[in-house]
Design a binder for this molecule. Structure first.
Ligand code: HEC
Length: 221
């Protein structure tokens, strides 16, 4: 029936284009619907969580961990609800990942706690014998870059209209306010930690990377 098309390179090219474009439209269009982004209840990251996200990217956690739960029973049984596109509305860039050497982390905040992360990041094999995840001891002394995180939050607020400072959303305010809020958030986290040096640093107004990465891990739900 379509042999005439195969003999006509121009119309064949047009037909191939239409078929591919149609598939593309079906995948892409729903994301433009207002209801699909952002998903109700999704909030932008606080400054401390963003600083932790920067540590996650810097230390390439995403080379071993995905943040995308596929709609298969084996995955939803283990990790929880499968991912919806609207959940990533404030992820810039998104960290879906393409390789799972370790487990998916999209909802790790639902089943791991601050003190578990503290021990696991210091020496993974102390909590999960035989694990191949490297230890991240430097995070206990390196300082998190709160100012960079604030700059990012302010940029996405102004450029992409990310709803900071709106009702029910994280507050951003001025740099002084944001820095203070990050420190308050850090104090809540170190209250559940054991490392004396980290506690001392936060009491002195400095936030080690480990506190920021734990804030980020706890926000993944
Ligand atoms: C070389 C690969 C590799 C890298 C890089 C890596 N991990 Fe892992 N991770 C693993 C493996 C394997 C496991 C499973 C065993 C375990 O719990 O240690 C794991 C487990 C975890 C878990 C526990 C998840 C669960 O459901 O129990 C967390 C949280 C985690 N990693 C966070 C991180 C963070 C944060 C980074 C970056 C600082 C990181 N990982 C980097 C391999 C890696």
């Amino acid at each position: 029936m379509f042999s005439w098309l195969e003999k006509n390179p121009f119309f064949l090219a047009v037909a191939i284009f239409l078929v591919i474009a149609f598939a593309g439209v079906i995948e892409i269009l729903p994301d433009f619907a207002k209801q699909s982004r952002p998903l109700v209840g999704t909030k932008p990251y606080t400054v401390l969580e963003l600083a932790g996200r920067h540590v996650y990217i810097k230390d390439s956690c995403n080379s071993c961990h995905s943040q995308l739960i596929r709609p298969f029973k084996s995955e939803t049984d283990r990790y929880g609800k499968y991912s919806l596109s609207g959940e990533y509305a404030y992820d810039r860039p998104f960290l879906w990942g393409s390789k799972r050497t370790g487990p998916d982390l999209l909802r790790v905040g639902n089943y791991r706690t601050t003190d578990w992360h503290e021990h696991h990041m210091w020496e993974p094999s102390s909590v999960v014998p035989g694990t191949i995840m490297p230890s991240y001891k430097h995070m206990f002394t390196n300082e998190a870059k709160i100012e960079t995180a604030y700059a990012e939050a302010l940029t996405v607020k102004n450029v992409f209209k990310t709803p900071y400072d709106q009702e029910g959303m994280p507050k951003l305010g001025t740099w002084e306010q944001a820095n203070k809020a990050a420190l308050e958030e850090a104090k809540l986290i170190v209250a559940d930690m054991k490392d004396e040096k980290v506690k001392q640093a936060v009491a002195n107004g400095k936030i080690p990377e480990i506190v920021a990465i734990i804030a980020y891990m706890n926000s993944l739900k």
